[in-house]
Design a protein around this ligand. Structure first.
Ligand SMILES: [Zn+2]
Length: 64
């Protein structure tokens, strides 16, 4: 479904950093429903956007 993929691409544009283990990952990897966020690293239980995970705005200019 192209529509679903496009939606995920937009959702996953921002990068999150874990306050606990320091990993950085795209927003799409930390959430499945856009509501509940959790660190995707194995063995790390940090969770909650703005609590265990911090958002980094890293917007890219689209060249095409
Ligand atoms: Zn973590």
């Amino acid at each position: 479904m192209p529509g679903v993929n496009l939606h995920r691409e937009i959702e996953g544009r921002d990068v999150l950093v874990c306050r606990k283990c320091g990993s950085e990952f795209p927003e799409g990897r930390a959430t499945r429903d856009g509501w509940y966020y959790q660190c995707p690293e194995d063995g790390c239980d940090s969770q909650g956007l703005g609590e265990g995970l911090r958002r980094i705005n890293r917007r890219r200019e689209r060249s095409s």
